[in-house]
Ligand binder design. Structure first.
Ligand SMILES: Cc1cc2nc3c(=O)[nH]c(=O)nc-3n(C[C@H](O)[C@H](O)[C@H](O)COP(=O)(O)OP(=O)(O)OC[C@H]3O[C@@H](n4cnc5c(N)ncnc54)[C@H](O)[C@@H]3O)c2cc1C
Length: 580
């Protein structure tokens, strides 16, 4: 066993992890290391296309209050307004900071950062769409990641790439480090730390059709939950309206921001019926439900009537190829459809987790509605501050990574600077080694790939855009059975070098846990709000449900989930019906 010691350890090297490590590393009193199962610039942040929203006002007048209002309303009033206020203010300077680090934003003719429209972003508190998304063509995330990685190299951050974290060391309510598996050698390492920042991204892979990379399997959410610690608001999972039909690969909302229109089989611009004022630029939950209804009522295109169309053909070729080069390429490559001359087949795709590990606005992880786990921080998609409430607006995730990744990094470094290294428990790596041993022992008769396929298909059928008591209750039973079968999984590859079968079997375990917490949270919430749409409870119910869910695994009764709650931080924007 190898042993390492750093003051601050960051788990994950996406936008939030690299922002946290960069700001921790700026504190010269602490040593900082990043552990990532992927090479940093392969993190999913690099796939983000459309942009990062900030009220710069470069194209038309804009204000942080308008951005904050849109975020709270877009989140169906479940967003914590302290977090939304910090966010909408701080993201403005943060974007300029990225610019000064060298991020090559697209430009206006006058040299300022270009901005385009995006769903749910409006002027004057909902009057009309506003240009707020700053972008680098449709490769914004790629540019953010490259920029932040270079800055970290400059700041002297140490990287442990292709190390998969398998456990968190938490004793007496204090985090003391992590346990990780070195993928290239099969060795288990213990990393002792004074503080740890979790920045391990989302878990879209629990669904069959998703925009998320293969690696997004909810690892750290599950590891947190396995310790009896809560996951917040997991019932709110966002489906993005425009995935490439049948594949789920994302076509950015920037395509509609540039003027793209959604049409059904008869060519009708159906969003006029669902969101008369902002139409195709309504928030994602509303557009995804509209697509689902069009399909259900038989207005889908194609021989099976199972997809709709994103029409860009009225836009000039240079706008499509110049501002949306990647998605133009995806459409030509994966569908054989040229968006310049023909509409692109689309369907909703599982995209973004609004919920996650509960944190304060400084990224401190919560052990319940009020106590923190000392020395443990989280930011980015793995976390729930809660900025996005029940539904995230497009471009607000990249902003979340930048603003709250930075705050978590600063807070973690400040904590570490004053803390001592605490003794590690004997056999800190025991649970991880036992799990590897169990999977490699060859005693199990189940196959991980088969269970994963069943998980993804049933989650897609039972806990997706629309839910009912019946579908979710069925899923609870299915998950109990899949969990039982998972305990009987063995891998056939027992080698030590790059044993991807073993890593994927571990990831399946994480996905099953997150699916369990998500389904229990969704079944428990008897209303519809944001991305959580129940056919049996179609209305929002502020009287009973204006509160965050906190799902805890019952450690004494396998498969059971205990639900608690946390207050929503209200503020200047009173909950109102959401009309677009
Ligand atoms: C296709 C696509 C397009 C998007 N476009 C936009 C957009 O235009 N605007 C916007 O605001 N949002 C967009 N989003 C959402 C946004 O990109 C993500 O929410 C965000 O990038 C997540 O960043 P992150 O730092 O939390 O995690 P990620 O970038 O997902 O990184 C996760 C990191 O955690 C590491 N990790 C995970 N598990 C482990 C483990 N067990 N051990 C060690 N390391 C681990 C990985 O190696 C990786 O480095 C998009 C998302 C997708 C999928």
């Amino acid at each position: 066993m190898q042993h390492h010691r750093y003051d601050v350890i960051v788990v994950g090297a996406g936008g939030s992890g690299l922002m946290a490590s960069l700001y921790a590393a700026k504190n010269k009193n602490v040593s900082v290391a990043v552990i990532s199962k992927l090479y940093p610039t392969r993190s999913h942040t690099g796939a983000a296309q459309g942009g990062v929203g900030a009220a710069l006002g470069n194209v038309s007048e804009d204000h942080w209050e308008w951005h904050m209002y849109d975020t709270v309303k877009g989140g169906d009033y479940l967003a914590d307004q302290d977090a939304a206020e910090i966010f909408a203010k701080d993201i403005i300077d943060a974007v300029y900071e990225l610019e000064h680090m060298g991020l090559p934003f697209s430009r206006l003719p006058n040299g300022k950062i270009a901005q385009r429209k995006f769903g749910g972003h409006t002027k004057e508190f909902g009057k009309a769409a506003v240009e707020r998304a700053c972008y680098a063509v449709d490769r914004t995330g790629h540019m953010i990641l490259q920029t932040l990685y270079q800055q970290n190299v400059k700041a002297g951050t140490t990287f442990f790439n292709e190390f998969q974290v398998l456990d968190l060391i938490i004793e007496d309510g204090v985090c003391r480090g992590v346990v990780a598996y070195e993928i290239s050698t099969g060795e288990v390492h213990v990393f002792q730390a004074k503080s740890v920042v979790l920045a391990a991204g989302g878990y879209g892979r629990v669904f069959k059709i998703t925009s998320n990379a293969l690696s997004l399997t909810g690892d750290l959410m599950s590891i947190y939950y396995r310790k009896g610690l809560p996951l917040e608001d997991l019932e709110f999972y966002q489906f993005h309206p425009t995935g490439i039909a049948k594949l789920g690969i994302l076509i950015t909302e920037g395509a509609r921001g540039e003027g793209g229109i959604l049409r059904n089989d008869s060519g009708e611009r159906f969003m006029e019926r669902y969101a008369p004022s902002i139409k195709d630029l309504a928030p994602r939950d509303i557009v995804s439900r509209a697509i689902y209804m069009e399909l259900r009522e038989g207005r889908g295109a194609g021989k099976d009537k199972d997809y709709l169309l994103l029409d860009l053909t009225h836009l000039p070729r240079d706008v499509i190829e110049g501002r949306l080069p990647d998605i133009t390429d995806f459409s030509r490559t994966y569908l054989g459809v040229d968006p310049v001359t023909a509409p692109v087949p689309i369907q909703p795709t599982a995209h973004y987790a609004m919920g996650g590990i509960p944190t304060t606005v400084d990224g401190e992880c919560l052990a319940n509605s009020s106590t923190t786990v000392r020395g443990l921080y989280a930011a980015g998609e793995v976390a729930c501050v809660s900025l996005h409430g029940a539904n995230r607006l497009g471009t607000n995730s990249l902003g979340d990574l930048i603003v709250f990744g930075k705050r978590a990094g600063i807070a973690a470094a400040r904590y570490a600077q004053d803390a001592q290294f605490e003794d590690l428990p004997a056999r800190a790596d025991g649970a991880a080694l036992d799990e590897i041993e169990r999977l490699k022992s060859g005693h199990g008769t189940e196959n991980a790939a088969r269970i994963r396929k069943e998980l993804q298909e049933t989650m897609m059928d039972n806990v997706s855009i629309y839910r009912t008591d019946e579908t979710m209750s069925r899923q609870v039973e299915i998950l109990k059975e899949l969990q039982a079968r998972y305990r009987n999984v063995s891998v056939t590859d027992t080698s030590t070098k790059y044993n991807t079968e073993l890593m994927e079997a571990m990831e399946l375990g994480y996905m099953l846990d997150v699916a369990e917490a998500m389904t229990a949270s969704a079944l428990n919430r008897k209303e519809s709000r944001g991305a959580h749409a129940r056919e049996d409870f179609p209305d929002r119910d502020d009287e009973n449900w204006l509160k965050h869910t906190m799902a805890y695994r019952d450690l004494s009764r396998p498969g059971e989930v205990n639900i608690g709650y946390k207050n929503v931080v209200l503020g200047k924007f009173e909950p109102k019906p959401r009309v677009y």
